[in-house]
Write a protein that binds this ligand. Structure first.
Ligand code: SF4
Length: 390
């Protein structure tokens, strides 16, 4: 199957379902017509299997009155599939130079502030601090700064980090399959790429400039790293850009499409909500309530039993404490969202404000007090490397 065909596949699925924004009103009408009896029927079915109509019912306004029942089912299902464990990871920001103009982001190329890039030595110094805190799962994050955070840079950095971290993943700009394959060969085994919003009109509005402004190009990105055989495939939307109920349906269709084609990889959902960021006016966004965020997580878990689910320090401590019992399988702790944030040497601008400011040790204690086991390492990227390589 060619890349072009795959691009058409996911585009076509979303267009045919009216989930790229073209069927907005029809879906909203259907959501409003869901009855309590339909929600009860959906909840009486065996949980963990995806059917679009079932998910539609679970994200409907009518289902808001059934969150307690959904939470009970979610808890049981997550326990069955993942046990009493939550993986811990830390993000390491490498650069805040960017060529894109995403309206919601503090690193938007139009914002005026002194930019920072970490040399490999500076990044390693940051990583040392993260490793000393106990983390073995590291997420490398960068804005779209290809000139500096190049594929070679990432491969060199990964080769040096492999001795300290058992799992390396990236949240960076979109690459080709060949480029992702180089990262994979260097020991990076997971990629997360957010579509941000599946609504084409809103995508265009919030992404006015840079390579990321092309909706279809963005939509093809996950196929690129899935074809490079990444072990972990992360997807998500930025919650606050569009109607969260329709975004959940589109996200689920995307996940379903990926699971059928790349069954060897694990699909994970992340749930980033818009946070305050430098020079970003938040009044233009549709901020999502805690209640609806919980509903989205529960609904997706009840349709995707084996999907990873990640929540970051964007969210407040009390909400995260509740979410770890409701389907979440991986969480960040002690995060810094600016390059150089762990050593504190650069004084650089952060991408957004975090909310849960507890230390990694405090997060681990919270998990233990909740009857959960914090997992600092559950995989070793060395499994992926050819024998004899270092
Ligand atoms: S969201 Fe990412 S690509 Fe967009 S401006 Fe921010 S750092 Fe750049």
């Amino acid at each position: 199957m060619t890349t072009a065909t795959q691009k058409i596949d996911i585009q076509k699925i979303l267009a045919d379902r009216g989930l790229d924004g073209c069927g907005r009103e029809i879906w909203q009408k259907r959501l409003g017509e869901i009855t309590p009896a339909e929600v009860e029927w959906a909840l009486s079915r065996k949980p963990g299997y995806y059917v679009l109509d079932r998910l539609l019912t679970l994200v409907s306004p009518a289902a808001e009155n059934y969150l307690e029942k959904m939470a009970q089912l979610t808890q049981q299902l997550t326990l069955q599939r993942f046990g009493k464990t939550v993986r811990l990871y830390a993000p390491l920001y490498l650069s805040n130079y960017c060529v894109n103009g995403c309206v919601y982001c503090g690193f938007n190329k139009n914002h005026q502030f002194p930019r920072t890039r970490l040399t490999i030595e500076q990044a390693l110094a940051e990583a040392d601090i993260i490793a000393k805190e106990g983390f073995r799962d590291l997420l490398l994050v960068s804005s779209e700064d290809r000139q500096f955070v190049s594929v070679d840079y990432l491969c060199k950095l990964a080769s040096k980090l492999r001795t300290k971290f058992s799992s390396l993943s990236v949240e960076i700009y979109q690459m080709t399959t060949d480029e992702y394959a180089k990262l994979f060969a260097a020991g990076i085994e997971g990629v997360t790429l957010y579509q941000e919003t599946y609504d084409r009109d809103l995508y265009d509005k919030y992404h006015p400039a840079g390579p990321k402004a092309d909706y279809d190009y963005r939509l093809s990105g996950v196929d690129n790293f899935a074809q490079a055989e990444m072990r972990e495939i992360g997807i998500g939307v930025l919650l606050g850009l569009s109607d969260w109920r329709l975004e959940t349906l589109a996200l689920a269709e995307h996940a379903h499409y990926l699971m059928k084609r790349y069954w060897q990889s694990r699909i994970s959902f992340s749930f980033p909500r818009l946070r305050p960021a430098k020079d970003v006016d938040r009044r233009q966004f549709r901020l999502l309530s805690d209640k609806n965020l919980v509903q989205m997580i529960l609904a997706l878990r009840l349709c995707f039993a084996d999907a990873g689910m990640t929540i970051s320090t964007r969210e407040p401590a009390d909400l995260r404490d509740r979410l770890v019992k409701l389907g979440i399988t991986r969480m960040s702790a002690g995060s810094k969202t600016n390059p150089g944030g762990y050593t504190g040497k650069t004084g650089s601008v952060e991408q957004f404000e975090i909310d849960d400011k507890r230390t990694p040790a405090q997060i681990a204690s919270m998990l233990k007090a909740s009857g959960l086991e914090p997992v600092w390492k559950d995989w070793d990227a060395g499994f992926l490397l050819p024998s004899g390589s270092t």
